[in-house]
Design a protein around this ligand. Structure first.
Ligand code: NDP
Length: 323
């Protein structure tokens, strides 16, 4: 029903623009709602595991170094989601004085712990000591790397071995939101803005292996508006408040905004508000589908982390029953 209505609204928008009397208003793609549906499905899966495997629960550990406010906020939303689903989540916070070897020792011990099925290191590391972030990310066992950030998982994704790896949570959440629109990715021109290991690069891989033709833009890209105007599917993750303007966007495009930027807003008690990388009001007049910020990609990232943890626990149980 949703898909039919969505397609219909896209079609109506195009027709009305031909007559030049009405502006297209994008269909909002709600991450809050989609994430709620994903989490409800996961609750059932965890209940089944508990029933069939004598109270078994998936285990997730979030390892933090230091005490950054933004990290604390993200961690609390992960722990809350885990508790709602029935995942046994644990938060280990190491002081910022911890040395790299000590962090690695913790990771290696958690890799061996059979009650831990998902292990994530909260980034960025907030440490007084020198830390090799890549070394630490890669110390997490690929079998428990539910953030999908290790070289093993990233390599599998880049080769299109999608079933054998853990997909990074934010791009996976974006794909899920694109699916919600009912717009097929195959054969479409997709443009990704940003090439980070967490968002842009894996987003490129996912779109590519779902058969889009993909262009990746970054800070040295010339004529960003021209690149954006070619996209049937546009995924933006650059951390530049409202930089993407509506009149750059192809009419009817699917626009997924990963950006989380805090800007001044004197009308609020906090004195600030969160906005995306896309200028929402103008994009709303051009896109066919648009994710809001907040309430778009953010909740999906957490939901996909929970999904990966449940998948990891399922794989663990399959291996146990085989041996
Ligand atoms: P990074 O800073 O690691 O990467 C930003 C990317 O954007 C880089 O590739 C950079 O290019 C590119 N970029 C920066 N400025 C421009 C520009 N003017 N034109 C074109 N490209 C540009 O950020 P992340 O990927 O970690 O995060 C991106 C955004 O997504 C942030 O707002 C972040 O908060 C948000 N985010 C949201 C998540 C969620 O759950 N919703 C999860 C993770 C991130 P170059 O490589 O050349 O420097």
């Amino acid at each position: 029903m949703f898909l039919c209505l969505s397609r219909l609204s896209l079609r109506l928008g195009r027709v009305s623009r031909c007559h030049g009397d009405r502006r297209l208003i994008a269909t909002v793609v709600s991450g809050t709602k989609t994430a709620r549906d994903v989490k409800q499905r996961l609750v059932l899966q965890v209940e089944q595991m508990q029933t069939h495997f004598s109270g078994f629960r998936p285990g997730l550990v979030v390892l933090q170094v230091g005490d950054r406010d933004d990290s604390n906020l993200y961690i609390s939303s992960k722990l809350k989601a885990a508790a709602e689903i029935g995942i046994n989540a644990k938060h280990i916070r190491l002081p910022s004085t911890t040395c790299q070897d000590e962090v690695l020792r913790n990771i290696l011990a958690l890799n061996e712990d059979p009650e831990v099925h998902g292990l994530i290191v909260q980034l960025p590391l907030d440490s007084d000591k020198p830390m090799d972030q890549d070394l630490i990310t890669n110390a997490v066992s690929p079998l428990k790397d539910v953030d999908g950030l290790s070289c093993v998982n990233a390599g599998r994704l880049s080769r299109g071995e999608l079933r054998d790896c853990f997909l990074p949570c934010t791009p996976q959440g974006c794909m899920e939101l694109i699916r919600q629109t009912g717009v097929s990715v195959a054969g479409k021109q997709a443009v990704v803005i940003g090439r980070s290991k967490i968002v842009g690069a894996p987003m490129h891989d996912l779109l590519l292996w779902n058969h889009a033709t993909v262009t990746v833009c970054h800070s040295r890209t010339k004529d960003l508006p021209d690149q954006v105007s070619r996209a049937h599917i546009l995924v933006v993750g650059m951390g530049r408040a409202e930089l993407i303007q509506g009149d750059w966007i192809k009419e009817g495009a699917v626009v997924i905004d990963c950006g989380i930027n805090y800007v001044t807003d004197e009308s609020r008690p906090s004195g600030r508000k969160v906005v995306g990388d896309v200028h929402y009001a103008s994009a709303n007049q051009r896109a066919g589908f648009l994710t809001p910020v907040p309430g778009g990609v953010g909740p999906m990232t957490v939901a996909m982390l929970m999904q990966n943890t449940v998948i990891s626990a399922q794989r663990f149980l399959q291996n146990q029953t085989r041996t």
